[in-house]
Structure formats: C-alpha cells, structure tokens
Design a protein. Structure first.
Length: 157
C-alpha cells in the first residue's frame, strides 16, 4: 500500500470516507486506482476516490458529507443512476449509485462479488477482492484499467 501514501490528502480523505460510510446499511466498495493501490498494485495517477454505493445509502451519505449531487452526463462506457462528488479534500470522492458499465451491447451493473477490508489507521474501507478487481478492470477495457490490472496479476511463469 506504499503508493497510496504518495498522494497528498489521500489518506485524510480515505479516513473521512470511512467515517462517512460507517452508517451505510448496504455494502460499498472503493474501485479504480485507490482499490488497485490498496491491493499493492501500481495505480498510476490517483485523481479521485471512486466509491460504488447502493442507491439506498446515497441520501444519508450526501447529508453527512455535504457531497454535491451531480447532473453528470453518462459516458459511452459508464453511467450511474445517481452521482455525487465530495470535494472537501485534495482528492475528491465520487459516489456512484446504480453504477453500470456498457459491454457486449448492454449495460451491466457494477457490483463486485467479493469485499475485502483494508485498515486506514483505526478505520476500515472496502474494495473488491483482487481477482474480482482484476476482472472488473479488464472488463472496463480502457488502457489505464488494463495497465492497472496487469500490476495485480501474477507474472507469467
């Protein structure tokens, strides 16, 4: 997890995120670059903290954090039913409720099958298990996701 400490403000934001999510009633996950770093891979640039959250929990998180609900346009590859940004830290936190990914001609929910805990000081955050995260990154298929996935896979024998 050494790479994750290199980004100013990231650990502070992650600790605050853990506090904000303590009241969540349904599972949530960190994905993307931060999840890669938590698993010891090379995340490349960490520009934000991506959180997949259940739509049921998003209103409480918005109330607790003051995160701004966005009218962010969907991309050709990703969409969320609701999207909120918490910009209180050097590294913004993006909450994605009802997050989906487009592949094979259809939209597929992004809901990891596994959930691992990681300590951030005395707090806990969650990310998909390594294999689940690699599969997700490969499915996303963007060059940065493929690079990140490669850093989490064992070297060929």
């Amino acid at each position: 997890m050494s790479d994750i400490r290199l980004v100013d403000g990231l650990m502070e934001a992650m600790a605050a995120l853990a506090d904000a999510m303590a009241g969540a009633q349904r599972p949530w996950w960190l994905i993307g670059s931060v999840a890669v770093a938590l698993h010891g891979g090379d995340p490349g640039t960490i520009g934000d903290i991506d959180v997949v959250i259940d739509p049921h929990d998003l209103p409480g998180v918005i109330e607790w954090t003051g995160a701004a609900l966005q009218q962010k346009g969907d991309s050709a590859h990703f969409r969320s039913d609701s999207f909120a940004t918490w910009s209180a830290f050097a590294v913004p936190v993006e909450f994605m409720a009802g997050f989906r990914h487009f592949r094979d001609g259809a939209w597929h929910p992004v809901r990891p099958a596994s959930r691992e805990s990681f300590a951030i000081g005395a707090r806990t955050v969650f990310a998909p298990g390594r294999a689940d995260l690699v599969a997700m990154l490969l499915a996303f298929g963007r060059p940065k996701d493929l690079r990140r996935a490669a850093t989490l896979q064992p070297a060929p024998a």
